[in-house]
Every structure is written in C-alpha cells, then in structure tokens.
Design a protein. Structure first.
Length: 91
C-alpha cells in the first residue's frame, strides 16, 4: 500500500494493470467543483457491460457509458446514490 498527498489524498494498493490493483481517492471538500464526489474509486470487473448494467439497476446513475479509450482499459463511470463516482474497468 502507498499513500499519496499531492492535490488530493489517495491510497494505492497493488500495481496498475494487475488483478490486485485498487486505488481510493479521498476528497476533503466534495462541494469543490473540480471534485467528482465524496469518493472516487475504480474496480476491475470481468464483464464491464454486465456490471455497468447491474450498477444502474441497483440505483446508480450513469456518468459515462462503457467505452474504449486509447491507452486505457475499456471503462465506464457510475455515480452511486451517495454521490461517489465508481469507475469500472474491463479486466
């Protein structure tokens, strides 16, 4: 685990691109317009389209539909009912 403190605090677990990777951003002021929500975190999932759909069914709000981005895994973003942003990444 590594903790960062630049413009924000974050806890990094594992190494990006590995199954064990986990990143948790901590935001001090969620009312700051540059902050997406109280917390932002990402999860690697086995089936992005299925997990994205299930998150919406469970009460999430779509921020970004599943999409491909150059240099990044296929991903989407959901906002949960508490305002947290959850990034889903195709494993």
């Amino acid at each position: 685990m590594r903790r960062t403190e630049t413009d924000y605090s974050a806890f990094v677990f594992g190494q990006y691109g590995q199954d064990s990777f986990f990143l948790l951003h901590l935001v001090d002021d969620p009312t700051d317009t540059d902050c997406p929500g109280p917390t932002t975190f990402g999860l690697l999932v086995d089936d992005l389209d299925l997990r994205h759909s299930r998150a919406l069914t469970a009460g999430g709000t779509e921020i970004t539909a599943p999409r491909d981005r150059q240099g990044m895994p296929r991903s989407s973003v959901i906002r949960d009912p508490s305002g947290n942003w959850i990034w889903l990444y195709q494993a």
